[in-house]
Design a protein around this ligand. Structure first.
Ligand SMILES: [Zn+2]
Ligand SMILES: [Zn+2]
Length: 382
């Protein structure tokens, strides 16, 4: 039963030698080394909380409808840091898995049956692809798809893009856009979805809690929409300085002053038109509710730990007509829009990349993100 035998490294080497007739027989290590060079890749594999290992695994092959991409840049994300530090819902990430979800690269192999993309094309894809068939998709709520596929594996030399994702959520990157900028399409797409749902308008005063990557992307976006005044709240002075440089009109260090009181002062006693929570804690979700005026909107953007709850004032909702909404993830349409906004430099995401590091140093990268106050996003170069 030859076909049932589990392939061993030795067998692979033999097969490789047979294929590459010119490999010299002298040293067996030479053959193994060449073999490694041909089919293995370096990846950062996540096994559990704070357990991220650099490993060599075989490069996957693109099957029918799939595309294999050589990753040129992968950017770190607040969600990655959260998963690294405290874990996440299994529906979205099953361990162990190659980690990372924001990436851009060059097409290395195109699976059977595809007319697009071409080998060598600069592309980005993922990190999700809705099914287009379920009840949610049928209603156009693609971000809530019940059969969503999620793609992890950005922190690797190669990533294989599933067939459905090639169809609904892969785009070509214009030549003038850097790979690391294109990798930021994903978080920007999430922010665009949130800001659209919250209906931020020209002339609005917007208060944003959190000056991390997501808070800053909200800042850049509402600025472009034409917010009259943008107030950013955080506990870290370095981040607030960064927000100021990125266009915030006012910044508030909530560790030093009462943020709710200060927002009132800055808005003639009323509060903001829109408050956006970009942290993911019940306490800041509740704080966001206190930042808006009557008729205002609260966008609870940051995902909180499972099982948590917040208190809402019925008075504020009824007599104050305050709208409270949460948004989750994004849709293929917003991915496309986000890449276009990055490419046209309408939203300049480049300053958010504060450091570049090698894939081998990924643990150090997360260490830096956990402790440093001035790093926003790190571009990982495999
Ligand atoms: Zn992300
Ligand atoms: Zn669906």
């Amino acid at each position: 039963m030859e076909s049932l035998k589990k392939p061993t490294l030795r067998m692979h080497v033999v097969t490789f030698k047979q294929k590459m007739g010119s490999v010299r027989e002298k040293s067996p290590y030479r053959a193994v080394y060449s073999f490694k060079r041909v089919i293995e890749m370096k990846v950062a594999m996540l096994y559990g909380v704070k357990d991220l290992r650099i490993e060599d695994i075989p490069v996957p092959k693109a099957g029918a409808g799939e595309v294999l991409v050589k990753v040129k840049s992968a950017t770190t994300c607040g969600t990655d840091l959260k998963i690294f530090q405290r874990g996440y819902v299994e529906k979205v990430i099953k361990l162990p898995t190659i980690f990372g979800h924001e990436w851009a690269g060059e097409v290395a192999q195109v699976g059977e049956g595809l007319e697009w993309p071409e080998k060598g094309m600069r592309v980005r894809a993922g990190n999700s692809a809705p099914c287009l068939h379920c009840t949610m998709c049928q209603k156009g709520k693609y971000n809530l798809c019940e059969n969503m596929i999620w793609l992890w594996g950005a922190y690797a030399e190669y990533i294989k893009v599933p067939a459905r994702m090639v169809l609904v959520n892969m785009q070509e990157i214009p030549q003038h856009v850097y790979y690391e900028e294109a990798a930021i399409t994903e978080p920007l797409a999430c922010v665009l979805h949130g800001v659209e749902e919250a209906r931020v308008k020209l002339g609005d005063t917007v208060a944003i809690i959190g000056a991390g990557p997501i808070g800053l992307l909200h800042l850049l976006t509402v600025r472009k929409i034409g917010a009259e005044k943008v107030i950013v709240i955080d506990l870290v002075e370095e981040r607030l300085n960064f927000a100021e440089k990125s266009g915030a009109d006012e910044t508030i260090n909530a560790g030093k002053v009462d943020a709710v009181e200060r927002v009132r002062q800055l808005t003639g006693g009323y509060g903001a038109d829109v408050a956006i929570e970009a942290i993911g804690l019940p306490s800041t979700w509740e704080q966001a509710l206190k930042l808006v005026q009557k008729g205002g909107t609260v966008l609870e953007f940051g995902g909180c730990p499972p099982g948590t709850e917040i208190k809402l004032s019925t008075e504020q909702l009824h007599y104050g007509e305050v709208t409270v909404l949460g948004t989750f993830h994004t849709t293929p349409l917003h991915f496309r829009k986000a890449l276009n906004l990055i490419a046209s430099r309408t939203i300049d995401v480049k300053p958010l990349i504060t450091r570049k590091m090698r894939l081998e140093d990924i643990n150090e990268a997360f260490e830096i993100l956990s402790t440093s106050k001035s790093e926003i996003k790190i571009a990982i170069k495999p």
